[in-house]
Design a protein around this ligand. Structure first.
Ligand SMILES: NC(=O)c1ccc[n+]([C@@H]2O[C@H](COP(=O)([O-])OP(=O)(O)OC[C@H]3O[C@@H](n4cnc5c(N)ncnc54)[C@H](O)[C@@H]3O)[C@@H](O)[C@H]2O)c1
Length: 258
């Protein structure tokens, strides 16, 4: 059986996922189409996706999760999410995780070690998770920043802590860059246990996430340094491969969780 995939978003992540699927890197998985963005929707539409796809893959941002997720799962389609921060919103989270008949899957994205946190959460207690993410200042400029803030960020010669807080605060201010914080909260099964710091670092050659998870089953100290995506220096080259890896697991359970 072939698993048919509809993509939402064809930026750095979505276009690479499409390339990988079209190149046949995932046998048994076929790209049915990419739902275009904007009012001039031509070609493949979301309605068509509902007719032909088995799984809808969101690579478009937190707003697109709310727009397409509930409709996908209520139509019986599985929904794979990259913009995990959208699940900070409690009613959307409940709909996506508890309703059906389609199922919601969350990609491991730019992080490693989520599996250990999930296992520790199931069998023990998560005391505290801290995550420090460092990115180049240019990758963290936001539309809500005023001119002076943008300028001082771009001219910074030392690391600047932009925000410290929980998943919801981070995703609201930096929606494209802090999905990992929500992923950690979901792995822990606790939205209050994660504290994140986002740092603009002019010396950062690549994006790094340093996660320290203190649990009753062990201390997990994980540092991931991601290569930037060729299409978007603010996005990680690992994420499309994490998405395709997730699709492969969905299409062809091979008995391994590694
Ligand atoms: N889980 C993780 O670790 C992780 C890591 C990086 C990025 N992300 C998420 O992935 C998302 C995509 O990242 P990217 O680097 O590809 O971003 P990008 O800006 O390069 O591409 C986003 C694409 O989505 C399209 N889009 C936006 N809204 C849409 C809609 N309503 N319908 C159809 N298309 C729509 C845009 O036109 C664009 O082509 C980010 O916004 C972020 O939320 C998650």
């Amino acid at each position: 059986m072939v698993l048919k995939v509809a993509l939402i978003g064809s930026g750095a992540i979505g276009s690479r996922v499409a390339e990988l699927l079209d190149a046949g890197t995932a046998p048994g998985i076929e790209l049915a189409g990419v739902v275009p963005h904007g009012k001039t929707r031509t070609g493949f539409s979301f309605e068509e996706a509902m007719d032909v796809a088995d799984v809808v893959v969101e690579c478009a941002g937190v707003a697109a999760v709310a727009e397409f997720g509930p409709r996908s799962i209520s139509a019986g389609k599985d929904f794979l999410v990259t913009s995990i921060g959208a699940l900070c919103e409690a009613s959307l989270r409940k709909t996506l995780l508890d309703d059906g008949p389609g199922r919601t899957f969350l990609t491991t994205g730019a992080l490693g070690g989520l599996d250990a946190i999930t296992a520790a959460s199931a069998g023990g207690t998560i005391y505290r998770i801290t995550v420090e993410s460092r990115k180049l200042p240019a990758a963290l400029i936001q539309p809500w920043m005023d001119g002076e803030t943008k300028e001082s960020l771009l001219e910074a010669t030392r690391p600047v802590e932009l925000l410290r807080g929980g998943p919801a605060e981070l995703i609201k201010a930096f929606p494209k860059s802090t999905n990992v914080v929500s992923a950690l909260a979901l792995a822990a099964g606790d939205w209050d246990v994660v504290e994140a710091a986002l740092i603009a670092d002019p010396a950062a050659k690549q994006t790094t996430h340093h996660v320290l998870a203190e649990t009753s089953l062990g201390l997990f100290d994980t540092r991931v340094t991601n290569q930037a995506s060729l299409g978007n220096p603010a996005s990680s080259a690992l994420v499309p491969h994490a998405v395709v890896r997730g699709l492969r697991t969905l299409a062809n359970a091979n008995g391994s969780f590694i």
